[in-house]
Design a protein around this ligand. Structure first.
Ligand SMILES: [Zn+2]
Length: 486
């Protein structure tokens, strides 16, 4: 009896340590399997087709054409394995949520040479369910429908394809792979929700049946793994029932459904580390389904994952005092770097915005600067008008910032240039507007405006804030990704 008790206590622990070594190996050998042709978030249907084409000749891989998107782009399902348990994984139902698509192609590379994980299962992947949205790097499909609100009405071909795949396989498990805003954090912590999970509800009562509790158990397995590589950076997505969404309905139709949302991670703008976390945790989850070890976990651990909150900025500047119309105001600034895309949706530059101003003591930043001991200083425009960019290259920008300049005017600017990879803003000399004498001056900093100013200590400029980025002039650390051309 006593021995049996010891055994009962040890079995779940063995499951856990086994899971641990599986994920450690996946993490340390990742480079071997990373798909090298995908390097950043913005890629299109025609970039993944050659990869899918090559899989057709790969042993044990089966590629099935499922149908076309509204604009006629093919949507394929890649199946691997011959076990009894069917696992369906689909990504990029929202066209601008591509992190897991990259991870899926890494997983294919892994499965080419590692078949033991497939012993009891058959995997089915639909990468990039919304190729028309991906083309423009936008959430919705070509007629503006959010596919994730079309699970019941099924008007979009992309939605019909997913429903058909789920029903024809009668999938036991489903992985619904998305991205969420990088401004989500784990509730009441400064940690970004790098990964968020949800076992979607299948009714308003949020009941828990076996289908849903199995999804919760898989999430517990994955959460344990992510906690090792990004401690505290996991959130639990709201489980309000959404009767039109795919996750909620697929759960209702009897497939244990796991929503994975890839959020933000510091200094990972192209989400390559988050892609790796997807790869490790999804493969480890597949392993736990294959061995059945997930069944040993408790759904109580699922409830303990902190909720998602949305309290992050890229940069918070706290206790900043600035003068305006004879008074001074002490505020916190919440700054976001918004992405502005080029015409082909293949690249972007940043526009800084004051996204909130005031008491932001309940918020957090990927970066924080305390301005308590610093003084606000308006940046000036360098008095000499430069004839072109060549002349700009000859200037020492850091010296200009130290002297109190945050912009230079240039005479002959090509129209199409919107940003510059220098830490100083550019003004088109032809567009300079002279303010009217009797109008009330604008505040030097305010809501929704571009944050560009200087911070001084003992009358010396120590920080330049350029387009929402920090240039630390004492440490000589230039964090300005780009400045603006106005
Ligand atoms: Zn999404």
């Amino acid at each position: 009896m006593k021995n049996l008790l010891v055994l009962l206590l040890v079995i779940p622990f063995l499951g856990f340590t086994q899971q641990n070594s599986v994920s450690d190996n996946l993490f340390s050998n990742y480079k071997t399997y990373k798909e090298s042709t995908l390097t950043q978030r913005r890629f299109k249907h025609n970039e993944i087709q050659p990869l899918i084409e090559k899989l057709k000749s790969e042993k044990d891989f089966q590629v099935t054409f499922l149908g076309n998107s509204i604009e006629g782009r093919s949507i394929s399902m890649i199946s691997i394995g011959s076990g009894k348990t069917n696992v369906l994984l689909w990504s990029q139902m929202h066209g601008d949520e591509s992190t897991a698509t990259m991870a899926i192609f890494d997983i294919f590379n892994y499965l080419k040479t590692n078949k033991e994980i497939l012993k009891n299962i058959k995997l089915h992947f639909i990468p990039m369910l919304n190729p028309d949205g991906a083309e423009k790097f936008t959430r919705r499909n070509a007629i503006g429908i959010d596919i994730n609100r079309d699970a019941v009405r099924l008007q979009s071909p992309e939605s019909k394809i997913l429903k058909y795949a789920r029903d024809s396989l009668k999938a036991d498990f489903g992985f619904n792979l998305h991205d969420q805003s990088k401004y989500y954090n784990a509730e009441r912590t400064e940690k970004p929700a790098t990964i968020s999970y949800l076992a979607p509800a299948y009714n308003y009562e949020k009941s828990i049946n076996t289908t849903r509790s199995n999804a919760m158990k898989i999430i517990v397995v994955m959460n344990d793994i992510i906690q090792k590589y990004a401690p505290g950076q996991v959130g639990r997505y709201s489980d309000e029932f959404e009767p039109r969404a795919f996750g909620d309905n697929i759960q209702k139709w009897g497939t244990s459904t796991i929503l994975i949302e890839s959020g933000g991670y510091k200094n990972d703008p192209e989400k390559q580390f988050i892609r790796k976390l997807n790869y490790v945790s999804i493969l480890a989850a597949i392993h736990s389904i294959s061995t059945g070890s997930f069944a040993n976990t408790s759904i109580k651990k699922y409830e303990k994952i902190p909720r998602n909150d949305r309290k992050l900025f890229d940069l918070i500047i706290t206790n900043l005092t600035f003068p305006y119309l004879g008074n001074s105001y002490t505020v916190d600034l919440g700054i976001k770097n918004l992405e502005r895309e080029n015409n082909t949706h293949s690249d972007f530059y940043n526009i800084g915005r004051v996204n909130d101003i005031g008491d932001l003591s309940t918020y957090y930043g990927y970066q924080t600067l305390d301005a308590t001991e610093l003084s606000f200083k308006v940046g000036e425009t360098y008095p000499k008008i430069l004839s072109d960019f060549e002349e700009l290259k000859k200037l020492n920008i850091k010296d200009l910032l130290v002297q109190g300049y945050t912009s230079v005017s240039v005479d002959s600017l090509p129209d199409e240039i919107k940003f510059i990879n220098y830490p100083i803003n550019i003004i088109d000399a032809r567009k300079i507007i002279i303010p009217k004498n009797n109008s009330i001056p604008k505040p030097p900093i305010s809501f929704s405006k571009n944050p560009t100013f200087l911070l001084t200590k003992n009358n010396k400029v120590v920080y330049a804030i350029i387009n929402g980025f920090i240039y630390d002039l004492i440490k000589n650390e230039n964090g300005v990704k780009n400045a603006l051309v106005n």
